[in-house]
Ligand binder design. Structure first.
Ligand code: SF4
Length: 243
């Protein structure tokens, strides 16, 4: 059992039975627990290792980031073992390079554009001087923080949506997962474009024009490739769609 690498399966099963939880809310969130309204009803949040991952309000140091990644992998492994979920299995596969799928997702024009955006955003953030590891907590995220948090997420989740769509074409039950992941990408792009717009209006720091252009093209590409994504409802996250 993969779950022997980390989380206690018995504890997980106990927690899963709690009716106050929103089922699978963690599947299509932006993983920014620091600003999430679903934390009290999220299984991932409920079972996280607080000692290693720290308080979500803590600054995001490299150590915390690595602990969060490890935790995510252990969680996916445990959920895949307990539920047999193809979604959790995909999470687990994507967590390590040796298990991660290659073509056709790697090299797909959308994947390439997502990676290009991530690298451009990275350079932009370096030039803007944001040091997220020293970032204090505020009730609302600043535009800089929004761009920083979402730039890797956008690239990695486009890849994930492409892999899910490819597996779905080969008979794996991941069609809805591809749409849910594409919805997450679109929401992240929308938030980032709004944040870049605010930064641009301040006329301070580097010009966000190139990033805006890349993201706008990316959004059009995702909408064309996943036409049902906008309408996908992420229960617990989209509008009043809680349960
Ligand atoms: S749903 Fe919220 S609390 Fe749960 S993992 Fe996602 S961001 Fe964190």
């Amino acid at each position: 059992m993969r779950s022997t690498i980390g989380m206690q399966t018995i504890r997980l099963l106990d927690v899963v039975r709690d009716p106050s939880l929103i089922p699978f809310v963690y599947d299509y969130c932006d993983q920014w627990c620091r600003y999430c309204r679903a934390t009290p009803r999220c299984l991932f949040y409920r079972t996280r290792d607080e000692g290693r991952a720290g308080d979500p309000r803590d600054p995001l140091t490299v150590e915390r980031f690595e602990a969060m990644l490890e935790e995510g992998t252990r969680f996916a492994a445990a959920i895949a073992d307990v539920t047999g979920s193809a979604v959790a299995q995909l999470d687990y596969d994507l967590a390590a390079p040796e298990r991660s799928p290659g073509p056709p997702a790697i090299g797909d024009p959308l994947e390439v554009l997502g990676r290009t955006y991530m690298m451009r955003a990275n350079r932009f953030l370096v030039r803007s001087g944001l040091d997220i590891s020293r970032d204090p907590y505020f009730d609302d995220a600043t535009p800089e923080k929004i761009v920083a948090w979402h730039h890797m997420l956008i690239a990695s989740k486009i890849f994930r949506a492409l892999v899910a769509a490819d597996r779905a074409r080969h008979g794996v039950d991941l069609q809805a997962d591809a749409l849910g992941t594409a919805k997450l990408v679109l929401v992240s792009i929308d938030r980032t474009l709004a944040a870049l717009g605010e930064m641009g209006r301040r006329h301070r720091g580097p010009d966000p024009g190139v990033l805006t252009g890349t993201l706008t093209a990316l959004r059009a590409g995702v909408e064309a490739r996943f036409p049902g994504a906008r309408a996908f409802v992420r229960v617990g996250l989209d509008g009043a769609a809680t349960c």
